[in-house]
Design a protein around this ligand. Structure first.
Ligand code: F0G
Length: 426
């Protein structure tokens, strides 16, 4: 292995630890940041380096994570476990922009990652670190996407995977992936927060490598959404970047990546970060609006099961980026989420419910005047439409309690004759 150029730093006291220290929390009990040697990064690469790599046929250059490797995890390339991930599309839809009251809206579709969610970006970094550490067993608690991603990367790296999921509250597309990729899937009789609590204890006792986003290397890979989005925009900074918030690893990562780019002088200002929570799982929204520390929400509930989380571990990390960028945290109802989803789907882009909290949030912030209609807004769609087919079918059949299916497109029963079919064609 090459030199360990990064350090681990406590997010509250600032105390530093060796980059290979086997810990996810500081002695003060806080989460850790990976801190890079930015002077070395500045001296080694610039934005032109990343643009040149776009034309390469090497996996590490094609990956929308490892293309930025000097700022992710500078390790021996032979150790990298990649599919490769990222290189997702940035969609523009005038029609959808108009529906939410904007002149233009760009959507980075992270559902186009290899396992269908943004989690692959963090997972490639996390599993690479597991491999460097010689881990043979990895584990995570998950509302579904993290487990699907971890199961796939662990299988690729020849590691045994254990996933802990909340019983009955995981979308089928995600459960199917965990099973298919061979992860031992443990359905905890409790919610995500309970599963996360248990998996941390199990990993500690059994010496299994934990791959939830308290693992700071997951956050490093996840940062690449910000890098790639900026690269898609030819390094022009948008006014807003909007994303859903659950356990808050993703917003922490995007904030960290942007702040590093600013410190490196690669951008001259930060876009404002807006985090959108579901009303029934909104502890970060409550903390942000009250200015108080986060109080966990008991029995979090939302149709967007991916973000059905009451006690997000990374809220302080996420708050740093929100505050530094003069951003905000908002909330939307399940009805607003599903309405926005129907629009995203009808635009031909498509995404799972939690992703569409992004668009519901944009719509709300434009309507209340927080986002101006001529602003340059980029939203992150976090997961693929097929992750949660049940939500789609029930929506279109008008079967979701408390949700008005305004754009219902139910299948029509029809006799098997030409005349009967023709009656349906108008
Ligand atoms: N969108 C989707 C589709 C997700 O799967 C998640 C989180 C989020 C948004 C929220 O991201 O937690 O970083 O704030 N899913 C995790 C999981 C919790 O286990 O797959 P976050």
């Amino acid at each position: 292995m090459t030199d360990v150029r990064w350090k681990l730093r406590c997010t509250t006291t600032g105390r530093e630890y060796d980059g290979m220290d086997a810990r996810f929390y500081s002695d003060a009990g806080s989460t850790l940041d990976v801190v890079h040697d930015l002077d070395h990064v500045r001296a080694t690469v610039d934005l032109g380096t990343f643009d040149r790599r776009l034309g390469s046929k090497q996996c590490v250059d094609r990956s929308g994570v490892w293309r930025f490797r000097e700022l992710i995890l500078p390790v021996e390339e032979s150790m990298i476990v990649t599919k490769p991930e990222g290189a997702t599309n940035l969609y523009e839809s005038r029609w959808l922009a108009g529906q939410v009251g904007l002149d233009a809206l760009s959507l980075k579709h992270e559902g186009e990652n290899p396992t269908g969610s943004f989690k692959d970006r963090g997972m490639t970094a996390g599993v690479t670190m597991a491999k460097i550490r010689g881990a043979t067993r990895v584990a995570c608690a998950s509302t579904g996407n993290t487990s699907a991603s971890m199961a796939a990367y662990a299988a690729q790296a020849g590691m045994r995977a254990f996933v802990f999921i909340p019983e009955g509250k995981i979308a089928y597309g995600k459960l199917a992936q965990a099973l298919a990729y061979g992860a031992k899937t443990i359905q905890i009789a409790g919610d995500f927060d309970r599963a996360l609590d248990i998996v941390q204890q199990v990993c500690e006792r059994e010496n299994i490598y934990l791959l939830n986003s308290v693992n700071p290397f997951r956050v490093e890979g996840q940062k690449a959404i910000a890098f790639e989005l900026l690269q898609d925009l030819d390094w022009q900074v948008p006014d807003w970047i909007v994303m859903p918030g659950g356990n808050l690893g993703n917003s922490s990562a995007i904030g960290k990546g942007l702040m590093e780019m600013l410190e490196l002088g690669w951008i001259d200002r930060l876009p404002r970060i807006a985090v959108v929570q579901a009303h029934g799982a909104n502890p970060f929204f409550r903390a942000f609006t009250s200015g108080q520390p986060l109080v966990p929400v008991q029995n979090a509930e939302t149709i967007a099961t991916a973000i059905r989380i009451g006690n997000p571990v990374s809220w302080q990390k996420s708050l740093r980026g929100v505050e530094a960028s003069h951003g905000l945290v908002t909330e939307v109802t399940d009805d607003e989420i599903m309405d926005a989803k129907a629009l995203v789907d009808a635009a031909g882009i498509g995404a799972e419910p939690a992703s569409c909290a992004t668009v519901a949030g944009v719509r709300k912030l434009v309507a209340d005047g927080t986002i101006r209609s001529d602003s340059h807004v980029c939203g992150v769609l976090t997961g693929h439409l097929l992750k949660d087919p049940d939500a789609v079918v029930h929506y279109h059949r008008g079967e979701l309690e408390g949700i008005t299916s305004r754009r219902a497109n139910a299948p029509v029963p029809c006799e098997a004759t030409l005349d009967a079919v023709r009656r349906h064609l108008d």
